[in-house]
Design a binder for this molecule. Structure first.
Ligand code: G6P
Length: 584
């Protein structure tokens, strides 16, 4: 969602702009930049893509900040875009999060004579700081006093006319600081500054920082200075580049064979802790949103079949249904690429409130989900830049497979399976690529696409449909094969495309569902380890047993990608979607 960048460095405006470009993947509909100029603060705001903007910014600015906005409060307009200025234009702020008490704060400020230009909740922060400066001696003091009045969540960066410093703070929204020689940075995530430094300080909730040539961190409530030691980031700048690939989505799909090879390389102590929590829990919930939720369902199938252990997959946003049953004997496994998804964080807080233990499966180091978890395994997928999750999904599945196997003492089998799948995955992508392009041509004109699967291929059907919808904007629906006759079959007509995910375990039943659809005119795309010449198309995926959900999804990701290309859409920037959804 919204992305924030703050820079203290030479040529700061251009560096902040480049930081915004690196954050584009989070999803946004407008953007803006602020830096000191001619004794005041110069603010530029634009609707639409950053890529189309020129870069004729002042080279002399030593501080700058920027923001990509994904509209929540108020329409997509230049007025609503950040940075927001205080009424006297002496303060500019960028904000990510929601000020829940903004209406009360705004009317108080209006009664004191302040006027507002935007419909956003964020603008109150700028005017509140201006107001606090009447009684506070320092800029950081005024920011701190303003923050103490905010309810909700925030990550902010603020600058003041005539001061060569940035004041940043976080409470409930991500903010990470970067430390380099003669420069420092603040950003929603480290990809914004990884080209400049790999030394990062992950701010805690309820803390703030003052950035000038030095960097100091404070507790917001008391103003007491805190010790802040930078950590070395494990991700590289190159990993966040497209390289020779046309799109990040394609690059990330093709990274999967390599990643599967190393998926089992988890620190022994972390794995053991996680596994013992799984073994001792009386109730286990897997929870997440979107693609991560689909991994939760797949994981539940794996735990049932491999570990004979019951797991309840729960949509994080609907976790309240379980509220009365979660207690100190429960384990909640929170699954998230970003580790910042607001619905998931709320579910974790509900579970923690009931005394449950939390085990996180996350991709982003030091993310909020990781901090809230009693144990964490990292997906080690590297930066996932495309809004759509591909490699993080298969890494989630690989970890679930490993965990289920560890719980039942079959870890060596799982490691062998993943290593074989690593080679197999490259072949699946390579051998099906041309056929998938051809199928994508036909599907790109479809009104609806249906996807069915049974047993452990059922969550893969849900994930396939989600990938198609996200990237091609074609209506797609995934469901369990047997559910077809309970409603959806009414929608099948001459030429309706249906993708059938078949495995050796489910082949007979799912083929009969396919025949039911074909009898009503559907065009059937069979995905299976054996060819099906009696249907319209076959995509061949060797049988990987318990790892089938990983093997089957690979060509489906590629199919979604090529449908988007056929429709002349940018797969890396799907409309209306954000990579990291930090609002409920
Ligand atoms: C957003 C993304 C999805 C993702 C979901 C959960 O909606 O667009 O691709 O699956 O959030 O994200 P998480 O970071 O928690 O896995």
């Amino acid at each position: 969602m919204c992305g924030i960048v703050g820079v203290i460095s030479d040529n700061a405006a251009l560096k902040a702009f480049n930081g915004l470009r690196a954050l584009e993947y989070r999803g946004y509909d407008s953007w803006g930049l602020a830096y000191p100029e001619s004794g005041g603060i110069f603010v530029v705001k634009k609707i639409g893509q950053i890529g189309k903007a020129g870069t004729d910014f002042s080279k002399s600015a030593g501080i700058a900040m920027g923001h990509t906005r994904w509209a929540t409060h108020g329409k997509v307009t230049e007025e609503n875009a950040h940075p927001h200025s205080s009424m006297d234009k002496s303060i500019a702020i960028v904000h990510n999060g929601i000020v829940e008490n903004y209406a009360e704060l705004k009317s108080e400020l209006v009664s004191k004579g302040y006027s507002f230009k935007s419909e956003t909740d964020s603008e109150v922060i700028a005017n509140l700081i201006q107001e606090k400066l009447k009684t506070e001696k320092t800029f950081e003091g005024a920011v701190r006093k303003a923050l103490l009045e905010l309810e909700g969540s925030y990550a902010i960066v603020a600058m003041r006319k005539g001061e060569e410093k940035l004041v940043c703070a976080r409470d409930g929204s991500p903010l990470v600081l970067g430390v380099a020689e003669n420069a420092c940075f603040a950003a929603s995530d480290a990809t914004a500054f990884i080209s400049e430094t790999k030394k990062a300080i992950f701010l805690e909730d309820g803390t703030m920082a003052v950035l000038n040539k030095q960097l100091k961190v404070f507790e917001t409530k008391t103003g007491a200075q805190l010790k802040a030691v930078p950590k070395e980031l494990s991700w590289d700048f190159e990993q966040a580049q497209k390289g020779d690939y046309e799109h990040f989505m394609l690059k990330e799909i093709y990274e999967q064979p390599r990643l599967l090879k190393s998926a089992a390389n988890q620190p022994k102590d972390k794995m053991e802790k996680f596994v013992s929590m799984l073994r001792f829990a009386q109730k286990i919930y897997f929870t997440g949103c979107g693609t991560s939720y689909h991994a939760c369902i797949s994981g539940a199938y794996m735990f049932s079949s491999i570990a004979k252990t019951q797991v309840m997959p729960v949509l994080a946003s609907e976790f309240s249904l379980q509220e009365n049953f979660v207690d100190e004997n429960a384990l909640v496994v929170a699954v998230s690429q970003s580790g910042e998804t607001a619905d998931l964080i709320e579910a974790i807080n509900i579970a923690k409130g009931k005394g449950a233990k939390i085990a996180g499966i996350v991709n982003v180091m030091d993310s909020t989900v990781m901090r809230l978890s009693d144990a964490t395994l990292l997906m080690n997928a590297g930066p996932e830049i495309c809004v759509l999750s591909t490699k993080s999904y298969t890494m989630q599945l690989a970890l679930m497979l490993l965990l289920a196997s560890y719980v039942s003492g079959k870890e060596e089998e799982a490691k062998r399976l993943l290593s074989g799948l690593s080679t197999g995955a490259a072949k699946i992508l390579e051998s099906n690529s041309e056929k998938i392009k051809e199928i994508a041509k036909g599907l790109s004109r479809a009104k609806d696409i249906f996807v069915i699967g049974r047993k452990n291929a059922f969550p893969t059907a849900l994930e396939t449909a989600l990938k198609i919808k996200e990237v091609s904007y074609i209506h797609a629906e995934g469901f369990a094969g047997a559910e077809l006759k309970h409603g959806t079959i009414a929608l099948i007509e001459e030429g309706t495309p249906a993708i059938v995910l078949s495995t050796s375990q489910t082949r007979k039943q799912v083929a009969s569902n396919a025949i039911e659809m074909r009898s009503r005119g559907a065009k059937i795309i069979m995905v299976d380890s054996i060819p099906h010449p009696d249907f319209d198309f076959s995509i061949l995926v060797p049988d990987f047993g318990e790892a089938n959900p990983i093997a089957l999804v690979l060509p489906m990701q590629l199919l979604a990608y090529y449908i988007a290309l056929e429709r002349k859409l940018d797969p890396d920037k799907p409309r209306n979607l954000a990579k990291s959804v930090t609002v409920k």
